[in-house]
Design a protein around this ligand. Structure first.
Ligand SMILES: Cc1cc2nc3c(=O)[nH]c(=O)nc-3n(C[C@H](O)[C@H](O)[C@H](O)COP(=O)(O)OP(=O)(O)OC[C@H]3O[C@@H](n4cnc5c(N)ncnc54)[C@H](O)[C@@H]3O)c2cc1C
Length: 471
C-alpha cells in the first residue's frame, strides 16, 4: 500500500476538535412556544459573539439562540483555528475592494482582536490561544523572489516582519520543498482550538449571562408579524421576537438575499497523531519555532501545530463545490480529498514517513463574490445577517456579529455607514453557471500555481469583473 494511504488507514472521519471527552452535552431542543427580544439563528462564532457582545452592553436583553445540530458543528468548530486580524480576507482583497477604508478596517480589525482576547481572559475561556503570527512559505525560487519584494515593501511600511532565506527557513521548518519564508509577527494573530472557543462561549452565555440556547432546533421559516414583531417557526415550536439575527453562514437560508450572497465550498483537513520528539527534531518546526503556516500559492495549504504537537493540514486542492450548493453531511466522506492531502503532506515532509493520521474531516466555507463578509438588513431593521467570511472568519465573525447588532439598532456607530457594510455584494450566478464558474476558476488557479502564479485568460477576465480570488 502506498505510504499516504497506509498513513490514513485508521483515521476517523470526525473533526479533531470534536473531542468526545470535552464536548459538552447538547442543550435540549425547543419544545414549546417562546418569546424573546432578540432571536439569534446559528450557534457558530457569529451567533455566539453576537449574544456575548449584546449581553455585555445590555445585560437585561432577553436573547434566545437556536442551533439546528450542536454548538460548534458548523465551520466554527471544524476550521483550522487560524485567528487573524483581517476583516476583509487579507490585505490584497481589502486594498482591492475597499481602498478608501483599508486603514480604518485595519484599525477596526486590531480593536476586534484586542476585545476578543480580553473577553477570553475576562471569562477565563481556555481556547488554547497561542500567539504565533502568520508565516508564509515560498515553494519555488520564483515565489521566493516575489515574496522578498513583498517583504521589502512591508518593511518600508513599518511592519514587524522577518525574512527567512533558503537556509534559515529550513532551520524554522525543515522541508526540501521550501525556498524562503516571511513571518509577520506584529499584532496578535495566532491559533486557537476552535471548538473549545465555541463551547467556552456557550458555557458563559448560558451559565453566567442568562442566554437561552436551544440545540437540535432548526429554523424552518421566519417572517414579520405586524410592524413590531418577527415570528420564527422551528421544528419544536414558534418563537416570537422583536428582532432576528441570522448567523447561518454557508447553510441554505430561508432568506433569498442571504441564499444568493454565499455558496458553500467544502474544505477538507487531516490531522496527525501527536509527533514524537524525534519527529519534531526532523522538521525543526515545533522545536525551534511554532509558526502558523501557509504556502504562498493560490490553492494554498494551511497547517499548524496543536498544543499536543499534532499537525493539522488543510486546503490545497482539497476544496470542492458540489452542484446546487451541496451541503449534505455525507459529503464529509471524501476519500479523494483526504488522499490528496496526505500525498501532499508527505511531499512537504518526506522525512516524516512513519507518521499516521488520526482524523480527517471537512466543513463548509461560506464564500461570497467579494471573498469577505456580507452583512445585510431587511424588514425595517428587524432582521439582519452577517455571512460569507470565506476563509477568514475566526476573528472576523466577531466583527460581523457587531455589524449585525448595529444594523438591528443596538448601539449603531459610523461603522454601518462604511462602504464595507453598505456596498452591495454581487449575487452568485444561478446553476449550472455557478458550478461551471467555480470549477473553471479552481482549475485556472491550479494552472496558475503550476505556472509560477501567472494568471491565465479566465482569471484575468474575473479580475476585470472584480471577481478574482486572491489570498
Ligand atoms: C475547514 C474550514 C477551515 C477553516 N479555517 C479557518 C481558519 O483557519 N481561520 C479563519 O479565520 N477561518 C477559517 N474558516 C472559516 C471560519 O471557520 C468561518 O468563517 C466562521 O467559523 C464562520 O462562523 P459562523 O458562525 O458565521 O458560521 P458557522 O460556524 O458555520 O455557524 C453557522 C451555524 O448556523 C447553524 N444553522 C444553519 N442553518 C440553521 C437553521 N435553519 N436553524 C438553526 N441553525 C442553523 C449551523 O448548524 C451552524 O452551526 C474555515 C472554515 C472551514 C469550513
Amino acid at each position: 500500500m502506498e505510504k499516504h494511504l497506509e498513513a490514513l488507514k485508521d483515521a476517523v472521519t470526525r473533526p479533531l476538535w470534536h473531542d468526545p471527552d470535552i464536548m459538552p452535552e447538547p442543550l435540549a431542543p425547543i419544545s414549546s412556544d417562546q418569546k424573546c427580544e432578540l432571536l439569534i439563528v446559528g450557534g457558530g462564532f457569529t451567533g455566539l459573539w453576537a449574544a456575548m457582545q449584546l449581553k455585555e452592553r445590555k445585560p437585561d436583553t432577553d436573547i434566545i439562540l437556536i442551533e439546528q445540530t450542536f454548538i460548534g458543528d458548523g465551520a466554527s468548530g471544524r476550521c483550522g483555528g487560524f485567528l487573524s486580524t483581517t476583516l476583509a480576507h487579507g490585505e490584497t482583497n481589502t486594498d482591492h475592494r475597499f481602498p478608501d477604508e483599508a486603514d480604518l478596517l485595519q484599525e477596526l480589525g486590531a480593536q476586534n482582536m484586542r476585545e476578543l482576547l480580553e473577553t477570553l481572559e475576562r471569562y477565563d475561556i481556555d481556547a488554547r490561544y497561542e500567539k504565533t503570527g502568520e508565516t508564509y512559505l515560498a515553494l519555488s525560487p520564483a515565489s521566493a523572489k516575489e515574496m522578498h519584494l513583498e517583504y521589502q515593501q512591508a518593511i518600508a511600511e513599518g511592519e514587524d516582519v522577518v525574512w527567512f532565506d533558503s537556509e534559515s527557513v529550513r532551520e524554522q521548518v525543515n522541508s526540501p520543498m521550501v525556498f524562503a519564508g516571511v513571518w509577520d509577527r506584529g499584532g496578535q494573530d495566532g491559533v486557537i482550538d476552535p471548538a473549545r472557543l465555541c463551547w467556552g462561549l456557550k458555557d458563559v452565555l448560558v451559565n453566567q449571562l442568562g442566554v437561552r440556547i436551544f440545540e437540535g432546533t432548526r429554523l424552518l421559516d421566519v417572517k414579520p408579524v405586524g410592524d413590531k414583531a418577527m415570528l420564527a417557526t422551528c421544528e419544536g415550536g414558534v418563537i416570537r421576537s422583536d428582532k432576528v439575527l441570522m448567523a447561518t453562514n454557508a447553510f441554505t437560508s430561508t432568506i433569498g438575499k442571504i441564499r444568493r450572497s454565499v455558496i458553500p465550498v467544502w474544505d477538507y483537513q487531516i490531522a496527525t497523531e501527536p509527533l514524537t520528539d524525534e519527529q519534531l527534531d526532523q522538521i525543526a518546526w515545533g522545536k525551534k519555532s511554532r509558526h502558523a503556516l501557509a504556502d504562498a500559492v493560490n490553492m494554498f495549504h494551511y497547517f499548524r501545530l496543536t498544543k499536543d504537537n499534532r499537525i493539522t493540514w488543510g486546503g490545497g486542492g482539497a476544496v470542492r463545490y458540489y452542484f446546487n450548493n451541496g451541503i449534505d453531511e455525507k459529503l464529509m466522506n471524501a476519500p479523494d480529498c483526504y488522499e490528496q492531502l496526505a500525498r501532499e503532506f508527505f511531499e512537504l515532509f518526506p522525512q516524516l514517513d512513519d507518521v499516521k493520521f488520526s482524523h480527517q474531516w471537512g466543513g463548509i466555507i461560506a464564500t461570497s463574490t467579494r471573498f469577505c463578509m456580507v452583512p445585510g438588513v431587511m424588514h425595517n431593521g428587524r432582521l439582519a445577517w452577517s455571512v460569507g467570511y470565506t476563509g477568514h472568519g475566526v476573528g472576523a465573525s466577531r466583527f460581523g456579529a457587531r455589524i449585525g447588532l448595529e444594523l438591528l439598532g443596538y448601539g449603531p456607530t459610523d461603522v454601518i455607514k462604511m462602504q464595507f457594510v453598505t456596498k452591495k455584494s454581487l449575487p452568485w450566478a444561478p446553476e449550472p453557471f455557478r458550478w461551471l464558474g467555480v470549477r473553471l476558476t479552481q482549475r485556472a488557479l491550479i494552472k496558475a500555481d503550476r505556472n509560477n502564479g501567472k494568471r491565465g485568460l479566465w482569471l484575468k477576465f474575473l479580475d476585470m469583473l472584480g471577481l478574482g480570488f486572491t489570498c
